[in-house]
Design a protein around this ligand. Structure first.
Ligand SMILES: Nc1ncnc2c1ncn2[C@@H]1O[C@H](COP(=O)(O)OP(=O)(O)OP(=O)(O)O)[C@@H](O)[C@H]1O
Ligand SMILES: [Mg+2]
Length: 262
């Protein structure tokens, strides 16, 4: 496993304790977010357990991306609290929120997250180097993740020289390489056809499980949501937890972890 192989020889990835035993890894209470006259989130409660994979669904404009950005400390809520393990994100200043995102969270978006002028391996190594991991070690760990995601031999390609699905798997490697507690993904397969999207979801859920991370994934697509163990629905800034504790649906149980049988 990349995490196991790399974890022993690197600085501790999580300098902050994870919170009391049994408490959710990520917990939002009464989160409100307004943009001018628009109330994008109207008092939202969400809990995400360690290792849980949650699909966030709902109509366009309902507040899904805003919720993800508030949970991830990208946006500061106007009211309410968001806790990651033992940390109340709302009490952190901008710089500490940015450090928390870099050290404890991973992100996969629909487009534009890879640096076009850098080869795949350097895109993946970059978050490690930003944490102070030396280039040779960062490059070695990045190459392990790329290989685990089926991209061996493509380390030197720039994003423009990869297919859409390959580029998204590079983005998955980049999100996971630092050993995050929670991975956030906003429409990660939105630009892909169904079969390529399934490949990316297999990579994303397999890598997340292998790393022991939780996953919060925004999608419009039922087939993408089926890879997750739970769904929540957002409508007009309100969340309804449609199926708490629902067992993993079809494809999720068949996902192979990176570094496994490939
Ligand atoms: N930066 C912003 N400034 C002003 N209004 C915003 C901003 N971001 C979001 N909104 C508004 O907040 C509401 C929720 O937007 P959000 O992007 O969270 O929706 P969404 O559910 O992600 O939609 P989609 O499925 O289309 O991506 C919408 O009414 C949107 O217009
Ligand atoms: Mg959105």
């Amino acid at each position: 496993m990349p995490r196991t192989a790399a974890g022993h020889s690197s600085p501790a990835p999580h300098p902050t304790p994870g919170g009391p035993p049994g408490s959710p890894r990520l917990s939002a209470r009464g989160v409100v977010k307004r943009f001018g006259a628009t109330t994008a989130l109207a008092g939202v409660d969400v809990d995400v357990a360690a290792g849980e994979t949650v699909a966030v669904m709902g109509p366009s404009g309902s507040g899904k991306s805003t919720l993800l950005h508030c949970l991830a400390g990208i946006l500061a809520p106007d009211a309410g609290t968001v806790r990651l393990g033992g940390t109340d994100i709302g009490t952190l200043n901008e710089r500490d929120r940015s450090l928390l995102r870099r050290r404890r969270l991973g992100f996969v978006f629909q487009f534009g997250q890879l640096l076009g002028e850098l080869p795949a391996v350097e895109n993946v190594a970059l978050p490690l180097m930003l944490q102070g991991v030396a280039r040779p070690e960062a490059t070695r760990r990045a190459a392990e993740w790329l290989a685990a995601l089926g991209l061996a031999g493509k380390e030197g390609r720039r994003p423009g020289e990869l297919s859409g699905g390959e580029a998204q798997r590079v983005a998955v490697a980049r999100a996971l390489v630092t050993g995050p507690e929670v991975v956030f993904a906003d429409e990660p397969t939105g630009a892909l056809d169904q079969s390529t999207g399934a490949d990316v979801m297999r990579a994303l859920t397999g890598a997340t499980a292998a790393a022991g991370a939780s996953l919060v994934l925004v999608t419009h697509d039922e087939q993408v949501a089926a890879w997750c163990s739970r769904r929540i629905h957002v409508r007009d800034g309100h969340v309804t937890d449609a199926a708490p504790g629902q067992p993993a649906a079809g494809p999720a149980s068949g996902a192979s972890a990176p570094g496994g049988a490939r």
